[in-house]
Structure formats: structure tokens, C-alpha cells
Design a protein around this ligand. Structure first.
Ligand SMILES: *[C@@H]1O[C@H](CO)[C@@H](O)[C@H](O)[C@H]1NC(C)=O
Ligand SMILES: *[C@@H]1O[C@H](CO)[C@@H](O)[C@H](O)[C@H]1NC(C)=O
Ligand SMILES: *[C@@H]1O[C@H](CO)[C@@H](O)[C@H](O)[C@H]1NC(C)=O
Ligand SMILES: *[C@@H]1O[C@H](CO)[C@@H](O)[C@H](O)[C@H]1NC(C)=O
Length: 465
């Protein structure tokens, strides 16, 4: 949760003063750009005036289902990342995850202690009281029953209280839902691309296709944010974020059951455990997801792009009733589209399958590429015509366990992009695995986004005190 800003008279006056100065110097349409940069500069300038701190740290715990990780980030006064050793973060991890200690909350918390000690040691002592420490728990903890997750989080709060001198609030130890994860991912990616602080029309939209769920996040206008339906249950559609002195309305939605591996199960469910036209001709086996077994074999006529599309569109529920002005699929509010969705960056399985199937270069040092949704369709129509015994020679870079599902996966990704999320089939999108940040390749993950929000809203808060 972002803290509420207090805005007394003097800082506002300063901001307006600099606005006026700038306006009088720049008359071109570059004015907007310069104003925002100036705001950032001013923001850090003010930081110098208010305190002597030239760097800021944030300690973020990612409590995942398979393990816990600590990330320590270090920012300079302009909110650029500084190195800690050779990398732009300090990182360490431990196994198993918190959810493995369901019956012993204290042991769960103590499993984090070595990471806490190491993470805290990275932060200079005098900065510790101003260094936020946060923990976000994802999938594993979400699934624990009967209050076990709450008891674990409470024990973690005790640990942070007992053992750390970092700045900490009870609500900073929490379970992240899919849309919060998506919005932190958006922050991380836009930050690494230098977009944070710019008007929302210059930010990028992020699509993250995981195994279990798929997330879409993009910045929307205040007008569209005001139209957001209030979910009576489930996750909020819009997250308000203050980042580097600028306010964004992020539309974020996580579609559970529509990640790549989960979607296979949804597609099998449509054909009711009999033959499925998305399975390559000549394959006869089973697909297991979430402990459920589905028969995986094609009809006698073999796999078919056209029939696979029909089944996939049913699984996507593109015809589900829409109670809002505009929906994506399965009755989900679309966010209204707009300028924040113009540039799309798609990650995880979107990238992997594009690289493995030759939609983008398969060279091992390729970490991003550009493609259009229609390219997934073209690859799908080849895959769906290929027999299982030949598929390895036509698509040599696909992992063996994914080969029977190649037609299915490519048809799914094409349909998800175009029929589900409403992208133009000919629109160029960026497929991304790593981003080049100051000549270092970095993966975008939510902890960086959480750190940026924590540090930049703390700064705001202190600046306006
Ligand atoms: C990570 O933690 C382990 C176990 O506590 C420790 O041995 C190792 O040195 C740590 N790594 C770093 C980079 O601090
Ligand atoms: C924190 O300290 C309290 C009081 O000393 C103790 O009861 C509790 O077990 C401690 N918890 C952890 C996780 O260290
Ligand atoms: C599908 O059929 C197989 C046997 O062909 C069976 O073992 C499996 O449990 C069935 N799955 C579902 C979801 O009905
Ligand atoms: C689709 O939406 C419904 C209603 O919100 C939800 O219960 C369901 O889990 C969603 N996903 C699938 C795959 O049906």
C-alpha cells in the first residue's frame, strides 16, 4: 500500500516555481518530457536539501512456494540502481518455502533469519532505520488453510521486530495476489527501461504468461480508472502507485487457470477427456496438471489448426457475458485500453515458445525480440500439420516434454493475444526475457518493483513532512 502523501504549501510552491521556469524556457512539444525530467531532478535536488542521504536501500523478501529469497537493492539520489558487489542487487535464497512449515509458524519465520542477517549486513548501519524491509508471499502461502498463512506472517513480523533495525510496518509483511505481483512486475520493467516518471502514454504494457496464470498490466488514464468495477470478491483491477513523484493508475489482472500449463488442462476439459484436435498426429499419452490426468491423443483425422482454434476459443471463454463497457475474455473488464497499452512487452512462456519455435532467433544469447501475434499463428499452422514423429526435426529447439503440445501451445498463445487480450494480429510486440540495464542483463521480477515503490513513496513522505 502506498502511503498517503501530505502536501503542505512549500514543496508545492517549489514545484510550481520550477514548472514556471521551465515553461518559459521550452516552447516546443518536448516541453512535457522536460517537465517530467525536471520534476525528477527537482525531486532529488530536494532530497539533498532535506537530508544528506545520497543513497537508499530496500530489503525485499520473496516468499515463494519452493523457497524464500532476499533481495537488497541500492539506489542513488536519482533513484538509479547502484551495484552491490558485481550485481545490481544482493541476493540469496533458502529452501524450502514458508509453506513447508505450515504447523510451526515460528520455525517458518526462523528459516528467514540467515537471509535477514545477511541482507541487513549489506545496509550501512546509519541508513538502517530508514531502510524498508518488506515480505511478499506468493502462490505457496496463498494455498494454506485454516489461518496457517496468517500465523506464519505473524511470526515473520515478530522476527522482523526482534531481529532487525530496519524500517518496518506490519502491513509490509503480506500475501501478494496475482494482480499486485503483476503491478510490481510492471514497475520493475518500466523502471529498467527508463519509463518511470514519464507520462503514462510513454510507458509499456506487460504480459506475463506463467505456468498457472497469465497477467496483463498497463497504465490507464484517471478517467478509465474511475470506471473500474469494484470486485465484490477477488482482486482489485486498479492499483494506484506513487513512483518517483508521479502517480500512476495501473490496470492489473491475473487470470488464474490461464497460464500455459493450466490452459492445456482447460483445453482438454473442452473435449471432455476424449480425443483433442490440438494433439499432434501419432501421439498417444496423458497430460497431468494439478493432480488430474487428461487423455492426450488426436482424433483419427489428426491434429487440425482450425479445430484446435475452435476448442481453444471455448476454453478461453471469449463469448462469456460481459457486464462492463469492454471485456477481454471470461467476463473480465479490459481496463478500457488506451495509450498505456500501445507498447507491449510479453514475457515468460510468450518469450520461451517464440524462441524455441523460431518465431524469434533461437541463438542462445538472444534475450529479446520483436514479433507479431500473427507469427504465432503461422508457426501454429506448421506445427498443427506436423506429425509427432517429425516434430523434433522441424522444431529442434522445443523441449521433448512439450513436443506433443506444440500445436496446442502456439494456437493458445495466438488466441490469447488476439481473441483474448484483443491485440491486433499485425501489431509488433516485444518478447523479452532479460532487459539491458546499464550494460547488465537483468530479469524483471516483482521484488525490484516493490523496492522502487517502497523507497520512492518513503522519499515522498519524508520530503513532504
Ligand atoms: C547465502 O547463504 C548461505 C547460507 O547461509 C551462505 O553460506 C552463503 O555465503 C550466502 N551467500 C551470500 C552471497 O551471501
Ligand atoms: C520474538 O520475541 C518474542 C519475545 O521475546 C518471542 O516470544 C518470539 O518467539 C520471538 N519470535 C521470533 C520469530 O523470533
Ligand atoms: C481421463 O481418462 C483416463 C483414462 O483414459 C483416466 O485415467 C483419467 O482419470 C480421465 N481424466 C478425467 C479428468 O476424467
Ligand atoms: C472464469 O471466470 C469465472 C467467474 O469469475 C471464474 O469462477 C473462473 O475461475 C474463471 N476461469 C475459468 C477457467 O473458468
Amino acid at each position: 500500500m502506498a502511503r498517503k502523501q501530505k502536501k503542505p504549501f512549500i514543496p508545492l510552491f517549489l514545484i510550481s516555481f520550477i514548472f514556471v521556469l521551465l515553461q518559459s524556457h521550452s516552447v516546443s512539444n518536448a516541453a512535457d518530457e522536460e517537465t517530467f525530467q525536471a520534476l525528477n531532478r527537482k525531486f532529488s535536488l530536494n532530497g539533498i536539501l532535506v537530508s544528506q542521504e545520497s543513497e537508499k536501500y530496500a530489503v525485499i523478501f520473496d516468499a515463494g512456494s519452493t523457497g524464500s529469497r532476499v533481495h537488497v537493492f541500492r539506489f542513488d539520489k536519482n533513484m538509479d540502481l547502484l551495484r552491490i558487489g558485481n550485481d545490481f542487487e544482493f541476493f540469496n535464497s533458502t529452501k524450502p518455502g514458508l509453506s513447508a512449515y505450515a504447523d510451526d509458524p515460528k520455525a517458518a519465520a526462523l528459516s528467514l533469519k540467515p537471509l535477514l542477517v545477511q541482507g541487513q549486513a549489506v545496509v550501512p548501519e546509519d541508513l538502517r532505520p530508514h531502510t524498508p524491509i518488506k515480505l511478499g508471499a506468493t502462490a505457496g502461502l496463498r494455498m494454506l488453510k485454516n489461518g496457517a498463512a496468517d500465523r506464519i506472517l505473524e511470526a515473520v513480523r515478530d522476527l522482523f521486530n526482534n531481529e532487525s533495525s530496519l524500517e518496518y510496518e506490519a502491513e509490509w509483511v503480506s500475501i501478494l495476489d496475482g494482480s499486485q505481483e503483476g503491478s510490481y512486475m510492471w514497475i520493475a520493467m518500466n523502471y529498467m527501461l527508463g519509463k518511470i516518471g514519464k507520462p503514462y502514454s510513454q510507458t509499456i504494457a506487460t504480459l506475463d504468461l506463467g505456468g498457472g496464470s497469465v497477467q496483463m498490466t498497463y497504465a490507464i488514464s484517471e478517467e478509465n480508472a474511475a470506471k473500474a468495477p469494484i470486485p465484490n470478491e477477488g482482486e482489485a483491477y486498479v492499483h494506484e502507485k506513487y513512483l518517483l513523484g508521479k502517480k500512476y493508475y495501473l490496470y492489473a489482472h491475473s487470470y488464474l487457470y490461464y497460464g500455459q500449463l493450466a490452459a492445456r488442462a482447460e483445453i482438454f476439459k473442452v473435449t471432455r477427456n476424449s480425443s483433442n484436435p490440438c494433439i499432434l498426429d501419432g501421439y498417444d499419452g496423458f497430460y497431468t496438471y494439478g493432480g488430474v490426468v487428461y487423455k492426450a491423443s488426436p482424433p483419427r483425422s489428426g491434429s487440425s489448426f482450425k479445430k484446435c482454434r475452435e476448442v481453444t476459443l471455448k476454453a478461453l471463454k471469449v463469448k462469456a457475458p460481459c457486464n462492463y463497457d469492454k471485456c477481454t475474455f471470461n467476463g473480465t473488464w479490459s481496463g478500457g485500453g488506451g495509450a498505456g497499452q500501445k507498447n507491449v512487452y510479453a514475457a515468460s512462456f510468450f518469450f520461451d515458445i517464440a524462441k524455441e519455435s523460431g518465431i524469434i532467433s533461437a541463438d542462445k544469447d538472444v534475450y529479446s525480440g520483436r514479433a507479431r501475434p500473427i507469427d504465432y499463428r503461422d508457426a501454429a499452422s506448421v506445427a498443427c500439420k506436423t506429425k509427432y514423429e517429425d516434430v523434433k526435426s522441424v522444431f529442434p529447439n522445443i523441449y521433448d516434454e512439450d513436443l506433443p503440445y506444440l500445436c496446442m501451445d502456439l494456437v493458445y498463445e495466438y488466441s490469447l493475444l488476439v481473441d483474448g487480450l484483443g491485440l491486433d494480429p499485425y501489431k509488433k510486440i516485444t518478447l523479452v526475457n532479460k532487459i539491458n540495464y546499464k550494460n547488465t542483463l537483468m530479469g524483471a521480477a516483482w521484488p525490484l518493483g516493490s523496492a522502487i515503490e517502497a523507497v520512492s513513496s518513503l522519499t515522498n513522505w519524508r520530503m513532504f513532512q
